[in-house]
Design a protein around this ligand. Structure first.
Ligand code: ATP
Length: 300
């Protein structure tokens, strides 16, 4: 059953921040929310967590409305990082873990496991304010998963992290999903969502303009990309019927085509006109889908 949102709307006065969202987030899967600043992602998360009451609609987790009694099942990494700067890492995690109903020994065991995994065991006795922003974020992630929640909500988990830490956090998130956690996260970075999620929702001005399985979205988008590397007269390729866009890259061009059959005409067009180092037909990227769908929504 998973997480179900039915006609969920949130108004702040007359302003509609989330507008009639109906979504199903399958259990034990990774679900990505994309959208520009102000699209309504954080407001949606706050409603899922019960921190904000929807103006209209209903949210259920495995058939039940989410209330305080579910808090031990849910983990949350908020966008605004909220640790107490003067507390030491261990004290902080014990405090937060106790709020989730864990025993001190369990918390310390779990905390040490994560600190080791994130390669920061030396920070156990340091004050949060003495840690770098990225390391504070890792501590806050630990706080969100200490109690092994079955639903984990991560608001911009990768923002502000260096590439090594992004990889470390991604691996942790994948492991949790493989162990059965349902994970919902938001990001502005397409490639993170593309790599991690089977299901996505693109929000725009409070509305989900695209949602569903990534595979299905890519397939139904229809358009594909052709990547060509080589020394060729690329300019004339825009004349080939079905070539919608051409973008120069360092090694050649990236073409958007109306459907996969166009690639054959492109190949015929460039054949024997120069040196072809690479020619490949690829699925549309999430970025292509985002640009087209959000662009169309802006024009409405
Ligand atoms: P970002 O990517 O910048 O975090 P977001 O998609 O998470 O954006 P939200 O934080 O959900 O967007 O905000 C959606 C809209 O609702 C914004 O226009 C915001 O200003 C507005 N909003 C959010 N909370 C409140 C509030 N408490 N009172 C009034 N307006 C609010």
């Amino acid at each position: 059953m998973g997480l179900v949102l039915q006609h969920v709307t949130k108004q702040f006065g007359s302003f509609v921040a989330v507008d009639d969202v109906t979504l199903c987030i399958p259990e034990q899967r990774m679900f990505g929310f994309l959208g520009a600043n102000g699209a309504g992602k954080t407001t949606t998360f706050r409603m899922i967590l019960g921190l904000l009451e929807p103006t209209k609609g209903e949210i259920t987790w495995n058939g039940e409305r989410i209330t305080y009694k579910h808090s031990h099942l849910i983990g949350y990494l908020p966008e605004e990082r909220g640790l107490y700067p003067k507390l030491k890492v261990k004290e902080q995690l014990i405090y937060l873990g106790r709020l989730r109903g864990l025993r001190k020994e369990e918390i310390v065991k779990e905390m040490r496991h994560w600190l080791e995994r994130f390669k920061i065991p030396q920070y156990e006795h340091q004050k949060v304010e003495q840690l770098s922003k990225g390391n504070q974020q890792k501590i806050q992630f630990i706080a969100a998963v200490l109690h092994r929640p079955s639903l984990l909500i991560l608001d911009e988990p990768f923002s502000g992290l260096d590439p090594v830490n992004v990889e470390m956090l991604k691996e942790a998130v994948i492991d949790l999903q493989q162990q059965g956690t349902t994970i919902v996260f938001s990001s502005h970075r397409m490639e993170h969502v593309e790599q991690l999620c089977e299901h996505i929702c693109i929000m725009h001005k409070g509305k989900p303009i695209v949602h569903g399985s990534m595979k299905e979205l890519k397939r139904s988008f229809g358009k594909k990309n052709v990547i060509i590397h080589g020394e060729l007269p690329f300019e004339t390729l825009t004349e080939v019927p079905g070539v919608l866009k051409m973008e120069k890259t360092v090694e050649g061009v990236r073409l958007q085509i109306a459907d996969e059959h166009v690639s054959q005409h492109i190949l015929e067009h460039i054949y024997a006109k120069g040196f072809i180092r690479k020619f490949s037909l690829e699925e549309p990227s999430l970025n292509d889908i985002f640009i087209e769908k959000v662009g169309a929504a802006y024009e409405q």
